[in-house]
Structures are given as structure tokens and as C-alpha cells.
Design a protein around this ligand. Structure first.
Ligand code: FES
Length: 59
């Protein structure tokens, strides 16, 4: 998995930043990821991808 892939283009947030925040802060929702990283708080178009990353990490 490419950690430097930009997941949220509005806020310029990478997959690695999102993964690290989910693991470090035990995040479970797209809203929590938004609060922690700003990802998903612009157009909202990346929220499905954030959900997929949450699923990958949290099962
Ligand atoms: S691409 Fe993430 S909020 Fe627009």
C-alpha cells in the first residue's frame, strides 16, 4: 500500500497520515478522521475512501 498516495485532495492528506491517525487515536468513523487529520472535510468526495481505510485497519 502506498503511504504517500493522496487520499484527500482538498486537504492534501495522504494514506499514511490517515492510517497513522486511525491507529494512534483508535478512530472508528469518517467524522473522527476528519477531526484528526482534516481529511474529508472539504468536498466530501474522498469519504468513501476514508471509510475503506477504516475498514482495512479496524476490520
Ligand atoms: S477530496 Fe477529501 S474532502 Fe475533497
Amino acid at each position: 500500500m502506498k503511504r504517500d498516495e493522496i487520499i484527500c485532495h482538498c486537504m492534501g492528506v495522504t494514506r499514511g497520515e490517515i492510517e497513522d491517525a486511525i491507529k494512534a487515536k483508535k478512530l472508528t468513523t469518517v467524522e473522527e478522521v476528519g477531526e484528526a487529520t482534516s481529511a474529508g472535510t472539504g468536498c466530501g468526495g474522498c469519504q468513501n475512501n476514508i471509510q475503506d481505510i477504516l475498514k482495512e485497519i479496524n476490520g
